[in-house]
Design a protein around this ligand. Structure first.
Ligand code: UCC
Ligand code: FAD
Length: 579
C-alpha cells in the first residue's frame, strides 16, 4: 500500500528556516510567500556562516530527512529476543532510516556544534537552530540526541576524567558517523520516575578494581540502541547496607555492550507499547551485573544528573516549538489548497483567526526557548552575568513545562484545521498530537517542573526572581510607544506575582500549592516581555504589534488570589475530585 503524507513543500521549508533565523538575529527583512508578507530579522554579516549552513541543512531536510523521518514512523523498532538456535540475544532491530538519522546527526554536527570552540558564544544557538529545523522531521531521533548532548555535558563537567570517559566524550561529539555515539539516561524505575529518591532500587556492588556491578530494573529506557548510558544506583557498603533517599544515590557511567558486541549483562525485557513516540525504542531493562563506573561522589547522583536534565529539558522544549511550527506551516499551506463553501479556507476570517492564535502561541514559545539557549550559550562560554545564570536556571523548567502544554493545544487545534484529514493516519498528521503528549511527561511532568521552579527560587534565596524582574524591567524600558499599555500590563502582572511570592515566602504549603500557577504566570509574563523586546528591536510591523497585544490580552497573573491556595480550597478540591 502506498502511504502518502502531507508534503513538506519548499515554501513550508523556507518559512521554517526564515523563522529560525529570525530567532538568532536582529535587524529587519521582509519575506513574502503566498500573499502573506512577514517581517524577519537578520544580521546577515555576523551570521552569514550560520545562515548558509541553515539554508543548506533545510534543503537536506526537505529533500532527504523528512522522508526518512516518516519512514521511522512506519517501520517501528522491535526486539529479537532469541536467535535461530535459541540463544538469548536481545537484539534491538531498527529500520534503515533510523540508522541513517544517526549518520546524518554526526555529519551535521548536531551534537558536536555545541562543543566545538568552547569560547564561541553563538555555537549553542547554531546547534539548536539546526535541531529546531531537524526535530520535527527527525523521526524522533532528536530524543537520543537530547540525552547524548546531556551526557557530553556531564563528562565535560567531570574533573580529571579517565581516558575511558575522555574517549566517550570524543565519541559523543564526533562528526564521524562510525565513531559517533549516542547515550541513554536511565533514571526511572517502577516505583518512581518523578521521585527517583524513593523509586530507585538499583544497587551497585563495588569490585576489587574499583569498578561496580549494577543490579536493578530500569523501567523506561528510550535510547535502547545507545552506546552508553548514565544511570543512578545505590552503592552497597561493606556491611551490605545501602543509604535510602537522595543521599544514597550515585551516578554511574556504563557502556551498553562488551568488547565482543554482546550486551553488558543487560536484558531487554520488552519494548513499551506507547501512545506515541512509536519510532523510539523505549524499553524495560534488567541490569544483571552490568559493569559500570561511578562518576559522582557518593550520594551526589541526583545533583550531578541534574546537569544532564538541564540540557535534555531544553531539547524537549525545542521539539515542542519545532513540531508546533511545522504543523502550523502545513495548516497555513492547506488553507490555500482546501476549499469549503466555494472558497479557499484562507478567505474565511474565522479560520484565519484560528491560525493567527496559533501563530501567536508559536511565536511566543519560539522566542522563549531560543532565549534560554542564548543564556546557555553565554553560560558555557563564560560570558554570562550572575543575573543571566539565575535566569537560565529559572527559565529551563519554565520553557519545558510551558511549551509542552502549548504543543498539546496547538497540535490539537492544528489537526482540526485539516478537518477529517487531521485524524487520518496516512497523512502523518496524527503523530503531531500523539508525540506532543509525551512532552509534558518525560524529563519531568508539569507539576514536578513547577516544583523545580520553587526549588530554584528558594535555593537562590529569591535572587532568581530578582534577576527575572531586572531583565523584564530592562527589556520593557525600551518598549515602543504603541505597546506601552501592554508593557505596563506585564509589569503590573509581574508585580502581583512577586508580591504573592514575598507575602507567602514563609508559607511553603501555599507556594507549593500555587507552583503550577506561578510557573504559568512567570512564563506568560516573560514571553510577553520577549515579544515586546523583539518587536522593538526588529523594526515594528503592525502585525508584530498586534501579536504582542494578543499575547497580553490573556490572563498574565494566575496567582493574585491567595484564597485559591488555602487549606479550605485544598479540601474543596479533594471533595470535587474524590467526593
Ligand atoms: O524522561 C527521561 C528521558 C526521556 C527521553 C528523552 C527526552 C528528550 C527529548 C528531547 C526532544 C525529542 S529521563 C528521566 C527524567 N526524569 C526526570 O526528569 C526526573 C523528574 N524528577 C525531578 O526532577 C525531581 O525534582 C528530582 C528527581 C530532581 C527530585 O529529587 P529529590 O530527591 O527531591 O532532589 P533534591 O533533594 O531536591 O535535590 C538533590 C540535589 C540538590 O542539590 P544540593 O544537594 O546541592 O542542594 C538540588 O539542588 O539536586 C539538585 N537539583 C538540581 N540542580 C535537583 N534538581 C535540579 C535541577 N533541575 N537543576 C539543578
Ligand atoms: P509519577 O511520578 O508517578 O507521576 C504521576 C503524576 O503525579 C504526575 O502527573 C505528576 O505530575 C504527579 N506528581 C508526582 N509527584 C507530585 C508532587 N510532589 N506534587 C504534585 N504532583 C505530583 N525515564 C528515563 O529515566 N529514561 C528514559 O529514557 C525515559 N524515556 C521515557 C519515554 C517515554 C515515552 C515516557 C512516557 C517516559 C520515559 N521516561 C524515561 C520516564 C519519565 O521520565 C517518567 O515517566 C516521568 O518522569 C514521570 O514519572 P512517573 O512515571 O513515575 O510519574
Amino acid at each position: 500500500m502506498m502511504i502518502s503524507k502531507v508534503p513538506m513543500n519548499k515554501i513550508a521549508d523556507k518559512i521554517f528556516i526564515e523563522v529560525t533565523i529570525m530567532e538568532v538575529n536582529g535587524s529587519g527583512r521582509v519575506y513574502q510567500t503566498d500573499g502573506i508578507t512577514r517581517h524577519y530579522c537578520i544580521i546577515v554579516k555576523t551570521f552569514k556562516d550560520i545562515e548558509d549552513d541553515l539554508y543548506r541543512f533545510s534543503e537536506r531536510i526537505s529533500s532527504e530527512i523528512d522522508d526518512l523521518g516518516f519512514q521511522c514512523e512506519k517501520e517501528k523498532p522491535y526486539v529479537q529476543t532469541f536467535d535461530a538456535w535459541g540463544n538469548r540475544i536481545d537484539e534491538l532491530v531498527t529500520c534503515e532510516a533510523w540508522k541513517k538519522m544517526h549518520t546524518i546527526s554526526a555529519e551535521e554536527g548536531l551534537i558536536s556544534l555545541g562543543y566545538d570552540n568552547p569560547k564561541e558564544e553563538w555555537r549553542r544557538l547554531h546547534q539548536m537552530s539546526k535541531l529546531y529545523i531537524f526535530a520535527s522531521s527527525s523521526g524522533l531521533y532528536s530524543c537520543p540526541l537530547a540525552m547524548t548532548d546531556g551526557a557530553a555535558t556531564i563528562i565535560r563537567r567531570i574533573e580529571n576524567p579517565t581516558s575511558q570517559l575522555l574517549k566517550a566524550f570524543q565519541n559523543l561529539t564526533s562528526r564521524n558517523p562510525k565513531e559517533f555515539w549516542t547515550s541513554g539516561q536511565w533514571m526511572t524505575e517502577k516505583k518512581g520516575g518523578s521521585d527517583v529518591a524513593s523509586g530507585t532500587e538499583t544497587v551497585a556492588v563495588e569490585q576489587d578494581d574499583g569498578s561496580y556491578r549494577l543490579y536493578g530494573y530500569k523501567w523506561f529506557s528510550s535510547a535502547t540502541d545507545s552506546d552508553m548510558a548514565f544511570t543512578l544506583a545505590r552503592v552497597v557498603d561493606k556491611h551490605n547496607n545501602i543509604t535510602e533517599g537522595t543521599k544514597g544515590l550515585s551516578l554511574f557511567y556504563l557502556e551498553t555492550k562488551k568488547n565482543d558486541g554482546s550486551l553488558n549483562n543487560i536484558q531487554i525485557m520488552k519494548l513499551k507499547d506507547k501512545l506515541g513516540t512509536r519510532q523510539l525504542p523505549t524499553a524495560e531493562l534488567l541490569l544483571d551485573g552490568t559493569s559500570a563506573v561511578r562518576v559522582s561522589e557518593l550520594g551526589r547522583g541526583v545533583a550531578e544528573i541534574s546537569n544532564m536534565l538541564t540540557i535534555s529539558r531544553i531539547h524537549t522544549a525545542f521539539m515542542a516549538i519545532s513540531n508546533m511550527r511545522k504543523l502550523l506551516i502545513l495548516s497555513k499551506d492547506y488553507s490555500f489548497k482546501r476549499e469549503a463553501f466555494g472558497n479557499q479556507l484562507y478567505k474565511y476570517p474565522l479560520h484565519v483567526q484560528t491560525l493567527a492564535r496559533l501563530e501567536t502561541e508559536v511565536r511566543a514559545a519560539t522566542l522563549f526557548v531560543f532565549h534560554a539557549v542564548l543564556l546557555l550559550s553565554k553560560q558555557e562560554s563564560g560570558n554570562a552575568t550572575e543575573d543571566e545564570l539565575h535566569l537560565l536556571r529559572l527559565l529551563t523548567p519554565l520553557i519545558k513545562l510551558y511549551t509542552g502544554k502549548q504543543a498539546m493545544s496547538v497540535s490539537s487545534e492544528g489537526l482540526e484545521s485539516f478537518g477529517g484529514q487531521g485524524y487520518i493516519e496516512e497523512t502523518g498528521l496524527p503523530n503531531f498530537l500523539r508525540d506532543a503528549q509525551v512532552l509534558t511527561i518525560w524529563e519531568g511532568t508539569t507539576n514536578i517542573l513547577s516544583l523545580d521552579v520553587l526549588r530554584c527560587i528558594s535555593k537562590s534565596n529569591g535572587q532568581a526572581l530578582i534577576s527575572l524582574k531586572n531583565d523584564v524591567d530592562n527589556k520593557l524600558s525600551t518598549a515602543p510607544s504603541d505597546l506601552s499599555k501592554e508593557a505596563e500590563k506585564l509589569q503590573m502582572a509581574l508585580k502581583s506575582v512577586l508580591q504573592f511570592v514575598t507575602k507567602n515566602q514563609e508559607n511553603l504549603d501555599v507556594l507549593t500549592f500555587a507552583a503550577r500557577d506561578l510557573s504559568y504566570s512567570l512564563s506568560r509574563i516573560y514571553m510577553g516581555t520577549l515579544m515586546i523586546e523583539h518587536t522593538g528591536s526588529c523594526g515594528m510591523s503592525p502585525v508584530d504589534i498586534y501579536a504582542c497585544k494578543r499575547w497580553c490580552e490573556q490572563q498574565l497573573s494566575l496567582v493574585s488570589n491567595k484564597e485559591q491556595y488555602s487549606k479550605q480550597s485544598s479540601e474543596l478540591d479533594k471533595e470535587l475530585v474524590y467526593g
